[in-house]
Design a protein around this ligand. Structure first.
Ligand code: ATP
Ligand code: MG
Length: 190
């Protein structure tokens, strides 16, 4: 499978759809949020640095994030394709990803953008707070994450458009429908 970048606002379903895609196509999966939460849980130096940013709804600095991403990518088996979930989140990260993959003779593949209205996003994240107890899923921090998404991450849509990689999927209230639309595209790439 080609590489896939799954892109969308907090709560748009990046993790959920990534799991479904991994089950169907058997590729690697890098969730930068999960990597950072693992570091926090293990009490590492990196985890201590990351925690301050995450608790404030801010992004981890690009340089640090890019190093983590490259290290995680190189630990995965080569040749099966990887789904990037939560990365890139800034133009600098996208440019760095492109270079990092090119250095390894790989390409970025395609981008899957999940578009979900903000009311649905907020309801999902507040529900996840109850189910999973993530510290950054409280209303105040969620609002900060939305603001960061709009100012720093959303402009990347255009960047992917220019790369000819962008594929948009809009939430219409039905997960199975969204999934079948995504699979219909990805099945053509296998
Ligand atoms: P969801 O998991 O519902 O898609 P989300 O996108 O906010 O929501 P994660 O991707 O798990 O959640 O990220 C959680 C936090 O980890 C972010 O708010 C940010 O602080 C940090 N983080 C994750 N990926 C990156 C990245 N690529 N660059 C900078 N910070 C990141
Ligand atoms: Mg996630």
């Amino acid at each position: 499978m080609k590489n896939i970048i799954i892109f969308g606002a907090p709560g748009s379903g990046k993790g959920t759809y990534s799991d479904e895609i991994v089950n169907r196509y058997g590729m690697g999966h890098i969730s930068t949020g999960d990597v950072l939460r693992g570091e926090i849980k293990n009490g590492t130096e990196l985890g201590k640095i990351a925690q301050g940013y995450i608790d404030n709804g801010q992004l981890i600095p690009d340089e640090l994030m890019i190093n983590i991403l490259a290290k995680t990518y190189d630990e995965l088996p080569a040749g099966k394709g990887v789904i990037f979930d939560g990365f890139p989140r800034t133009i600098a990260q996208a440019e760095a990803l492109k270079v990092m993959l090119a250095e390894r003779g790989h390409d970025m593949g395609i981008m899957v953008e999940l578009v979900v209205d903000e009311e649905t996003l907020m309801a999902r994240l507040l529900n996840r707070a109850i189910e999973q107890g993530r510290a950054d899923d409280n209303e105040e921090t969620i609002k900060k994450r939305f603001a960061v998404y709009h100012s720093q991450t959303a402009p990347l849509s255009e960047w992917f458009e220019k790369e000819g990689m962008r594929n948009v999927f809009t939430w219409k209230g039905d997960k199975d429908l969204m999934l079948s639309e995504i699979f219909a595209l990805l099945d053509t790439l296998k």
